[in-house]
Write a protein that binds this ligand. Structure first.
Ligand code: PMP
Length: 376
């Protein structure tokens, strides 16, 4: 049996209680949602769904080809200009996912013979970018500019980039961006940061973590984002200096060989960005909800990481208890994220809560109550 080894792996997974399953989300779920990444509550906002519907009616259900052939519509250009302008960068390039944007940025900016310095807590898509890139990767301690400095010091003058999430997706803690940029500057290295969880939440009106750190428009900084979290759509983008973006158009394989972002997703992201410009208070509200969840949960004895953005991570004593706790929450009407090994390399299981900007005070009270009452 060619694939017999898969069944052995599956049995081991079952024995360890680590089987992953898919659960369809009903369109009108009765659950209170603290599990999605819809930080600003825009995914079902009528302006965003209408942006998607109108784009699909005008341009079609799909992009019909690679961006370099038939897959670029004027909407793609508008989104790229408005995204770059909003976050304070010279240019932007839209991809079919944040995952593809990360693969593009790292592979295209770390050529053969170069050095990549990667934070140990980085998202899987950055890790995969490092694996696919022709440069050599050194993984360094989490959120530690001194470790980055040491690693860059070993480069011997080859082209180098440091790579980091801005907000780490599991614990919601932020990278020391200004310090990282200073170290990179010292060594003439580029800095690639993934602002998937910062865009729409951090910085003035949600302009993102690099903007908040004073790095907007820095010629040595490249930012990747996803359109699928705070913007309530789907897709990704790379933002940076125009010559870097031109290079990606010519060299990034996940741009060249991938079908362009679907018009509906492009239209939805554009509508969300315009709404965020009009309603900048949404970003601050998401951060305030996170702080309130953290304060109240720690006050009632739970161990939670102080949130830097809109993710609140609550420690669970064991993987088993994390799974039971999340299931108990669900039974009580609350959807929460549940992280456990091997998704978390540090072996610490946790519940992951999304501090959505559109949660009402009553919903926050209910969520805190359920989490407290259902701990196994
Ligand atoms: N980077 C980070 C930090 C993420 O959390 C995610 C989504 N889980 C991605 C990139 C990938 O983005 P997308 O879902 O748009 O592919």
């Amino acid at each position: 049996m060619a694939f017999g080894w898969i069944d052995e792996q599956a049995s081991a997974r079952r024995r360890a209680g680590l089987v992953r399953t898919l659960r369809p989300r009903p369109a009108d779920s009765p659950l209170l949602d603290l599990a999605s990444n819809d930080y600003l509550g825009l995914a079902r906002h009528p302006e965003i769904t209408e942006g998607a519907a109108e784009a699909a009616r005008r341009w079609g259900g799909g992009a019909t080809g690679s961006r370099l052939v038939t897959g670029t519509t004027e909407l793609h250009g508008e989104l790229e200009r408005e995204l770059a302008d909003f976050c304070g960068f010279e240019a932007a390039l839209v991809f079919s996912s944040g995952y593809a944007a990360n693969l593009a940025a790292v592979t295209a900016l770390a050529p053969h013979g170069s050095l990549i310095v990667s934070d140990a807590g980085n998202h899987a898509s950055l890790i995969d970018g490092c694996r696919l890139a022709r440069g050599t990767t050194q993984v360094v301690a989490h959120a530690d500019p001194e470790s980055v400095r040491k690693a860059l010091g070993t480069g011997g003058g080859v082209p180098a980039v440091a790579v980091s999430d801005t907000v780490f997706s599991v614990d919601g803690d932020a990278a020391p961006l200004a310090a990282l940029a200073a170290v990179c500057r010292e060594y003439g290295a580029g800095l690639i940061v993934d602002d998937a969880h910062g865009l729409g939440v951090l910085g003035d009106g949600g302009r993102g973590a690099p903007y908040a750190a004073g790095l907007a428009g820095d010629p040595d900084v490249v930012v990747t984002v996803t359109l699928s979290k705070s913007l309530g759509s789907q897709g990704g983008a790379v933002l940076g200096p125009a010559h870097v973006i031109d290079h990606l158009v010519n060299a990034a394989r996940t741009f060249i060989f991938d079908t362009g972002l679907a018009p509906a997703a492009t239209g939805a992201a554009l509508a969300a960005l315009r709404l965020l410009r009009r309603e900048p208070q949404r970003a601050a509200r998401a951060r305030a909800v996170a702080r309130e969840l953290h304060t109240r949960l720690t006050a009632s004895g739970h161990e939670a990481v102080r949130p830097d953005a809109a993710v609140v991570s609550v420690r669970a004593p064991s993987p088993d208890q994390a799974v039971r706790w999340a299931a108990n929450c669900r039974a009580a009407g609350l959807a929460v994220g549940c992280f456990r090994p091997p998704s978390v390399p540090d072996g610490v299981s946790r519940l992951r809560l999304t501090a959505r900007a559109d949660l009402t005070q009553g919903q926050i009270d209910r969520a805190v109550g359920i989490i407290g009452d259902t701990r196994p």
